[in-house]
Design a binder for this molecule. Structure first.
Ligand SMILES: C[S@@+](CC[C@H](N)C(=O)[O-])C[C@H]1O[C@@H](n2cnc3c(N)ncnc32)[C@H](O)[C@@H]1O
Length: 222
């Protein structure tokens, strides 16, 4: 299923932004009309307030929606994703010399260095429960002591309009041409994520839970 998840996103790359109704989501606060868009915008604002940072790392960067929010506050950014099609779209959309690209499968990835800031949007829910601790351990090794973490995703128990909960941790996803894929989708309890981050060496964890999304910041303990 992890391979199918990558295949799905490789195939979805070119329709990804349109499928998220991007113009509304990226609009200025005043024109964020629906509660979902307002919350999405609040999460973006939270990311945009962090920093400044020297070297940031974004995991599962996709087409760069969240990269664009963080970029004004970073000197250098490494954008990582498993899907070359996502990275190519990202490169074309953002076209910024501060960005370096890395194609990697996060379930087989080992950070080559420590970063001042690591962030990811809508990635955690694609990490199966039995691989979560392993991922958080790798994540700790990617953040320098005193460095920061930001994450946004969909929590359990929401009336979720982005991706309705499927059975268990699997979800069927359909592309515009009708092809169907099965991906991992785990709606984590933000309190559980907070507790596990603490176990994996993070401190000062601040969680904001909304009706649709949750986002958090944390610091890697010295
Ligand atoms: C829900 S999208 C999120 C994209 C972006 N962060 C955003 O919020 O718009 C999930 C991303 O994870 C990437 N991905 C899926 N499996 C992966 C893996 N094993 N390693 C790295 N990236 C992966 C996909 O290519 C896709 O870009």
């Amino acid at each position: 299923m992890l391979d199918e998840q990558i295949t799905y996103y490789r195939e979805r790359a070119r329709e990804y932004d349109a499928s998220l109704n991007q113009p509304d989501r990226l609009a200025e606060a005043a024109t964020r009309t629906t509660p979902l868009d307002q919350e999405f915008g609040a999460a973006m604002d939270a990311l945009g307030r962090l920093g400044p940072f020297d070297h940031a790392l974004e995991l599962a960067c996709g087409t760069g929606i969240w990269t664009a929010v963080a970029l004004p506050r970073v000197a250098r950014l490494t954008a990582l994703d498993a899907a070359p099609e996502m990275l190519e779209l990202h490169r074309r959309k953002l076209a910024d010399p501060r960005i370096r690209y890395q194609q990697a499968d996060l379930f087989a990835w080992e950070p080559a260095r420590e970063y001042d800031f690591v962030f990811f949007a809508f990635w955690l829910s694609h990490v199966p429960r039995d691989l979560l601790d392993g991922f958080l351990d790798t994540l700790r090794r990617a953040v320098r002591p005193g460095g920061q973490l930001f994450c946004v995703d969909e929590p359990e128990g929401t009336h979720n309009a982005v991706a309705p909960p499927g059975a268990g941790h699997r979800q069927a996803r359909r592309l515009a041409d009708g092809r169907e894929f099965t991906v991992v989708k785990v709606y984590y309890d933000p309190q559980d994520v907070e507790a596990r981050l603490a176990q994996h060496g993070f401190t000062a964890i601040q969680v904001t839970r909304g009706d649709y999304f949750f986002w958090l910041t944390a610091t890697r303990a010295p």
